[in-house]
Write a protein that binds this ligand. Structure first.
Ligand SMILES: [Zn+2]
Ligand SMILES: [Zn+2]
Length: 319
């Protein structure tokens, strides 16, 4: 399979509620979300939007007393109420924007309240509650979800996902030579600017639970701050260049997927949107030349599970 997959972790304030401070730039998260929907439409490129379950709610009591969290204070920041009052805690129209878009996006799950499944404080009971509530609130809103993205890519309790009928998740990016070394940031710098290593293509595959692991190839905002400004001045934006190379590599390879991911929350400046626009333009070109397909995580999972006899399900009821 030659394909490009784009996935977004859509969370508004929920991405930060367990941290010491909620960063100020989250105030622009709704605008960024809407602008991204428009940008994907401009190039008719679909993506998988893994949405924090709580955002599907129209209102809540702010306590979620019957929902176990990884800590007692887990819902302390939840203001409760309705979307109009607290638009960073509820979707208030943003999910409709994804569904009503021209591009055929997929809605996926990013847990109910942004719990790290791989954290040792997250026991099975919490994972079950998060997976179940994530599906239920979407179902109440009329959506069936099959793709899962782990908050902070912290992978755990995959058996729970399989039990609840998820078909796939975004797995870890393959290791690069500088990972874990004390040269991590210098390594990244050299890698992106000098050595021009291509970002990894990945091979989605079934894991031991029957879930399709679709590993990430690249995070679109892996390289920020002052270093970005300096390299942008000297060369072009290294991450734009890197993503374009990933797309070309997927187009030229015998087989392989280029999986690029991001958060709407990452888009805080004009140059962030410009970065994605340049990449989508390039991707649309390759797609229109029929060199590459753009697929959602769910498409990839269906394709892989469809060819594996162990995961074939007998349809229930009349057709
Ligand atoms: Zn709530
Ligand atoms: Zn997240």
């Amino acid at each position: 399979m030659n394909a490009v997959v784009l996935s977004l972790d859509a969370e508004l304030a929920w991405g930060y509620h367990d941290l010491e401070e909620i960063p100020e730039h989250v105030e622009s998260a709704r605008t960024s979300w809407s602008r991204l929907v428009a940008l994907f439409d401009e190039f008719n490129v679909p993506a998988t939007w893994a949405v924090v379950g709580h955002l599907f709610l129209e209102s809540c009591d702010g306590t979620h007393a019957n929902h176990p969290g990884p800590r007692d204070d887990w819902f302390d920041r939840d203001p409760g109420g309705v979307g109009k009052q607290h638009p960073l805690w509820f979707n208030d129209g943003l999910i409709d924007a994804i569904v009503d878009a021209d591009a055929n996006h997929e809605l996926g799950c990013h847990t109910f309240s942004h719990v790290e499944f791989g954290d040792e404080q997250t026991d099975r009971e919490v994972a079950v509650a998060e997976a179940r509530a994530g599906l239920e609130v979407a179902d109440d809103a009329g959506y069936t979800l099959q793709s899962f993205v782990f908050p902070r890519n912290n992978i755990g309790h995959r058996d729970v996902l399989a039990a609840y009928g998820f078909t796939c998740y975004r797995g870890e990016r393959p290791e690069l030579w500088y990972d874990g070394s004390r040269f991590d940031s210098l390594g990244k710098f050299i890698d992106l600017t000098v050595s021009k290593t291509n970002p990894s293509l990945v091979e989605p595959e079934l894991d031991e639970y029957g879930l399709v692991n679709i590993p990430a190839s690249m995070f679109l905002f892996g390289y920020e701050g002052r270093a970005r400004t300096i390299t942008e001045r000297l060369w072009d934006d290294p991450l734009t260049r890197s993503a374009k190379r990933g797309i070309d590599r997927a187009a030229d390879a015998d087989e392989g997927v280029f999986h690029l991911w991001m958060h709407p929350n990452n888009f805080t400046e004009e140059r962030d949107f410009e970065r994605l626009r340049t990449i989508l333009e390039h991707l649309a070109e390759r797609r229109d030349e029929a060199r590459i397909q753009v697929r959602t995580m769910g498409d990839i999972a269906s394709e892989i599970r469809g060819t594996d006899p162990a995961t074939k399900r007998t349809p229930i009821g009349p057709r």
